[in-house]
Design a protein around this ligand. Structure first.
Ligand code: ASP
Length: 432
């Protein structure tokens, strides 16, 4: 079968983009009649829902378990602190961009009510905070409650990390086994995600066709606005938060950005923080003059848990979905988004497209559940269709954040080689 051959051999991103374009075209041509393709979209939504809880749990457990308690001294605490604070700023910037540009406004995907669930009975902020602790973790996991699941996975992972350092060989051995089990499980889930993505072009086609069938060409505008708002948020964060932090610690931001650019470009094209790690490590050592003791800990940690670009994207997209279904997020819901997006970005694996899957959890936390056949699912599909474009920018920012925090921590610890920064221009492999 030539068609199948082509399908599986051609580039996935191009196929997803084709799905988006053909879906929009089919929707415009056939109008509301195109609804009959919606089961194909429902399959995609169900597949996404199927993988989200296991991916989150396994990734978080492995991430938390990889932080060696012994290395968690001052450098570790500082790095973690900076990572969390910059991420909270990031979501806030994302929400501000969302509120300013109001992407999705006026889109009002028909029958908004059908996609709208528990949002009206949203608990208060205090309640949300207290509810993070699950009464019964298994119940939380089974019923898809996201914050309690994240909380439990982190605690569980930290527990593994401690026991892996145990003096007692038997305990250490068991903890290692548990760690490997979850590490393997996480890898298996990434594989499943890859398979699932093979179906994504068809799913995106069907979901987008229904949106355009109902909305006509007007649906293009909101997507442009989402993209613009996300990229403006990314730039703002880079200049204000990273530029500001560097300047406060006496590091010249311009010099920094010039030296970090290879990592940024690599992240932009690979869309993977994990994949960019070797380049970041090299730059930290050779161009930024950071000592190995610092960067060998902060960069791998950052590539796993620090995702400011992802957080900004999730902020903007949550606002988009709210507007798109005709019920903009309330202030309380936006507060919940900040909290969930910070945690969700921690749980996002540094691989292409992971942030889009974690967005499901962020939406869920404010009562916008992506269920087959709902308007929330349609709005989600619209963003998913352009995910590659958004992923490039957010990954570049994710990696820049890791390098920024690395420099700031190193500087505050006196672990940066100032000589490396003195030359005019970029010292090519100045220190080795
Ligand atoms: N691709 C991003 C990264 O690797 C994660 C994401 O999808 O947001 O950093």
């Amino acid at each position: 079968m030539k068609v199948l051959d082509w399908y599986f051999k051609s580039n996935l991103l191009i196929r997803i983009l084709l799905g988006l374009i053909l879906g929009a075209a089919a929707g415009l041509i056939f109008g509301p009649k195109i609804v009959w393709v919606s089961p194909l979209g429902d399959i995609f939504v169900r597949l996404l829902k199927m993988i989200v809880m296991p991916v989150v749990m396994f990734t978080l457990i492995v991430g938390a378990a990889s932080i060696h308690p012994a290395r968690l001294g001052r450098v570790g605490a500082k790095a973690l602190g900076f990572y969390m604070i910059t991420t909270a700023f990031a979501v806030a910037i994302g929400l501000i961009m969302g509120n300013i540009f109001q992407p999705g406004k006026g889109l009002e995907l028909a029958g908004a009510a059908s996609g709208f669930g528990k949002a009206l009975t949203q608990p208060s902020l205090i309640e949300t905070l207290v509810n993070i602790i699950p009464k019964n973790p298994f119940n939380a996991i089974a019923s898809g409650q996201i914050l309690p699941t994240i909380f439990f996975s982190l605690i569980f992972g930290i527990g593994i990390a401690y026991l892996r350092e145990s003096e007692d060989e038997r305990v250490k051995g068991s903890a290692d086994t548990v760690f490997r089990f979850f590490e393997g499980s996480a890898e298996v889930m990434y594989k499943v995600v890859n398979w699932m993505l093979q179906y994504a072009p068809i799913g995106v086609f069907a979901l987008i066709a229904v949106v355009f069938g109902k909305q006509g060409a007007e649906a293009f505008g909101p997507l442009g606005i989402v993209t613009f708002a996300v990229y403006l948020g990314l730039m703002t964060h880079m200049l204000l938060v990273y530029g500001g932090a560097l300047a406060i610690f006496g590091i010249n931001p311009l010099k920094f950005f010039r030296r970090a650019k290879e990592a940024m470009i690599t992240a932009f094209v690979t869309r993977s923080s994990g994949g960019t790690l070797p380049v970041s490590l090299d730059i930290a050592q050779k161009k930024l003059g950071v000592s190995k003791g610092v960067y060998s800990f902060t960069l791998p940690l950052g590539a796993t848990i620090n995702m400011d670009g992802t957080a900004i994207y999730q902020g903007v997209c949550a606002i988009f979905v709210g507007f798109a279904i005709g019920t903009p997020l309330t202030m309380g819901q936006q507060m919940t988004v900040i909290m969930t997006a910070v945690l969700a970005s921690v749980g996002t694996a540094g691989v292409p497209g992971a942030g889009a899957i974690m967005l499901l959890m962020v939406l869920n936390s404010v009562g916008l559940s992506v269920e087959p056949g709902t308007t929330v699912a349609m709005a989600y599909a619209m963003i998913f269709g352009i995910d590659a474009l958004l992923d490039m920018g957010r990954t570049a920012l994710n990696v820049t954040g890791d390098l920024t925090v690395t420099c700031v921590v190193a500087k505050s610890e006196g672990e940066i080689d100032e000589a490396c920064w003195e030359d005019v221009g970029v010292p090519e492999k100045a220190v080795s």
